[in-house]
Design a binder for this molecule. Structure first.
Ligand code: SF4
Length: 355
């Protein structure tokens, strides 16, 4: 693999930008240059599909239209608005960062990479995205889509999650965005859009790709083998009993601990059933002896990072008088507004509380 001559790259840039400006999806966060609104969209889009984010982003911006309004919010309300998007640590870090921006940056997202990356939850990708899209600064970003486009277009071998290829991707992204004078935001978005819609992981649409003439993978028939991603870690199977416990018109919920997966969110009390002789996953920590499981209502499946959960939804009975720390009773009307885990929302969707 050898780098393309500068003249060829200039024509690639012109073609890709022209394609992006005529074919880009009309997404609500593309209609604004407000750094805060773009930042929120980038936080939501990590690990989450565009179509899912649309509604969440709109509701979030309606409730928290400025950095200051978010900075003044209670964490519980932010988590409740985020409920259903998953990866709740993103919401918690966004809130923490909004408080820093309100306090130390007069409510405006910083304009330097160093200051941006000093914010909680803002890494190299988010800093590059907000700085280039909102301020048109020549700051690079590399996400999964850019990785795929670069590996194929330049014919890059190796695992893109590790050096030396990881560093090489960043180097190329910086070099290219540095040349996109005044078009940094569109250039970064054009690369990501191409990866999301044309240079897709499976079956890239090379015949309609605006940069196909310069693409090494296409020329060499290697589109299926690039990028050379390491195999994902196999998911661990987890079996749980999820208990629906009611008393005097209220339902029992368990607040997850302050750290780890879904930290701080509410869920139906959940007891893990490790396989005989096997170790528990550590995802569920409700002590035994507080609740008694009863009638089996249904079995649902749910996936969260590296875990495949099979949950038996059961009626349950509390064995205590006063709810111990971590457990609380909620009226049905309070449940929908609470910050609930995705699995809990799935169970609610089954209408079990109404039966
Ligand atoms: S020609 Fe095909 S493989 Fe190459 S960048 Fe375009 S879509 Fe991707």
């Amino acid at each position: 693999m050898s780098p393309l001559p500068v003249a060829d790259l200039s024509s690639v840039r012109t073609k890709l930008l022209a394609w992006y400006r005529s074919a880009r999806r009309d997404l609500p966060w593309r209609r604004t240059r407000d750094p805060y609104a773009i930042w929120v969209s980038e936080a939501m889009l990590q690990q989450t599909r565009v179509e899912t984010v649309r509604g969440f982003w709109t509701r979030f911006l309606e409730r928290f239209p400025t950095v200051e309004s978010l900075a003044a919010a209670e964490e519980e309300e932010v988590l409740a608005l985020w409920s259903g998007l998953g990866y709740y640590s993103r919401a918690r870090r966004l809130l923490a960062a909004a408080r820093v921006v309100a306090r130390e940056h007069s409510g405006r997202f910083p304009t330097t990479r160093a200051a941006a990356e000093a914010l909680p939850g803002v890494g190299a990708y988010t800093a590059g995205a907000v700085l280039s899209i909102a301020y048109d600064l020549p700051e690079a970003l590399v996400d999964g889509n850019v990785t795929r486009v670069f590996c194929r277009f330049f014919g890059l071998d190796g695992d893109p999650a590790r050096n030396p290829l990881k560093a090489e991707l960043t180097r190329r992204a910086r070099s290219l965005v540095g040349e996109a004078d005044g078009d940094a935001g569109d250039w970064n978005q054009a690369l990501m859009e191409l990866g999301a819609r044309v240079c897709t992981a499976r079956a890239p649409a090379c015949p309609s790709c605006p940069i196909a003439p310069g693409c090494a993978a296409r020329r060499e028939g290697r589109t299926a083998e690039l990028p050379q991603l390491a195999l994902p870690r196999p998911a661990k199977a987890v079996e749980v009993d999820l208990l629906l416990v009611s008393r005097a018109g209220r339902w029992l919920f368990e607040r997850r601990g302050p750290r780890g997966a879904m930290a701080g969110m509410l869920q139906f009390p959940t007891l893990e059933r490790p396989p005989p002789g096997g170790a528990p996953s550590g995802l569920f920590r409700l002590p035994p002896g507080l609740l008694q499981a009863g009638e089996h209502l249904a079995t649902i499946r749910h996936a969260i990072t590296h875990h495949r959960i099979r949950a038996r939804v059961r009626r349950g009975r509390s064995l205590f008088q006063r709810a111990p720390d971590g457990l609380r009773w909620l009226r049905r009307a309070e449940v929908s507004a609470a910050g609930l885990t995705g699995m809990t929302r799935k169970v609610l969707g089954g209408g079990f509380l109404e039966r």
